[in-house]
Write a protein that binds this ligand. Structure first.
Ligand code: ATP
Ligand code: MG
Length: 290
């Protein structure tokens, strides 16, 4: 079992912006979802975990090794798919993976060859091994990104918004691939897609403005809202009144009629009960803390 422990982590950028505020988390094998809106601090947290930037204070331990001061240890055991993979050199998929494998310390030629073939087959790119990566479609680039992240059998895999820009079919394929590998390693998935977290993650945290707002199992967080979510069709001009009297967590136009969903511990007049879903958890937490 692998364990990542983050304690009282803080990060202030040079311009004075505080992107991580007193974050503590303990993450074990399986898929962990990091959910938050744009600018919440997800990428800042991930880049700090992988050692691309140093925290201002606090500690990060991986399998009881302090990885802030010993960043080699995390690099050896890590697979990282950044949000922005950046520029691809004009080399073939095979050669680029071979290069990364060497950097990751796979010295044996046969071992490298075997791993590259295995991974390119796993992400359905073996037929394109001689094609230059910069000519790949968005989905193929993402799958290539996963293959490079999986080289050298990492114990912790961090993927930052991996399905952005993928079509639904590619998104499914990508998600299945991640979930297949997550039983033996830690996979941290950062996203603002609630559905991906619901489908894939056994544990999750919701963050905003650099802070952790809630951590738990998606199923349990949903159960906590049982009997507390209600909805009603209203006229557009009533919205403000409802917003000032009730906690409106979402609003939706259905056939030109406005339906609002509210959080309340007892049934408000004229509202019908709604079975809670993870979106309600997410919007309820964000609206409490905005
Ligand atoms: N290098 C930097 N210097 C200064 N501020 C930064 C830097 N990188 C990020 N920020 C700021 O820190 C905050 C968190 O940014 P971050 O990229 O971590 O958010 P995010 O949750 O990954 O958002 P997104 O979903 O848009 O990727 C934002 O307000 C951002 O403008
Ligand atoms: Mg980001």
């Amino acid at each position: 079992m692998n364990t990542l422990k983050i304690n009282n982590l803080e990060l202030t950028y040079k311009n004075g912006h505080q992107a991580i505020r007193n974050i503590s988390l303990e993450i074990k094998n399986g898929m962990f979802g990091l959910l938050g809106p744009n600018g919440a601090g997800k990428s800042s947290l991930m880049k700090t975990i992988v050692g691309l930037q140093k925290p201002s204070s606090g500690s990060i331990q991986f399998n009881d090794v302090d990885i802030v001061s010993n960043s080699d240890y995390i690099k050896k055991n890590l697979g990282f798919l950044p949000q922005d993979f950046g520029v691809y050199p004009k080399v073939s998929a095979y050669n680029l993976l071979n290069h990364i494998a060497i950097l990751k310390g796979i010295k044996d030629d046969t071992e490298r060859k075997n791993q590259i073939q295995y991974l390119l087959e796993k992400v359905n790119l073996w037929n394109f091994k001689n094609k230059e990566v910069h000519t790949f479609s968005g989905g193929m680039k993402q799958r290539f990104g996963v293959a490079q992240a999986l080289l050298a059998s990492p114990k912790i895999i961090i993927v930052d918004e991996p399905t952005a820009g993928l079509d639904p079919e590619e998104r499914n394929r990508f998600n299945t691939l991640l979930s297949d590998i997550s039983s033996e390693v830690i996979v941290i998935l950062s996203t603002h897609l609630v559905q991906d977290v619901k489908n894939l993650c056994s544990e999750m945290t919701i963050m905003n403005s650099g802070r952790i707002l809630k951590t738990g199992k998606p199923k349990e967080l949903i159960e906590d809202l049982e009997g507390k979510i209600w909805s009603k069709f209203i006229d557009n001009d009533e919205l403000e009144t409802y917003q000032s009297n009730l906690k409106v967590i979402s609003q939706q136009l259905i056939e030109r009629q406005l339906q609002i969903t509210v959080f309340a511990s007892t049934q408000p007049e004229g509202f019908l009960p709604v079975e809670p879903i993870l979106e309600h958890v997410y919007f309820n937490i964000l609206s409490q803390n905005s």
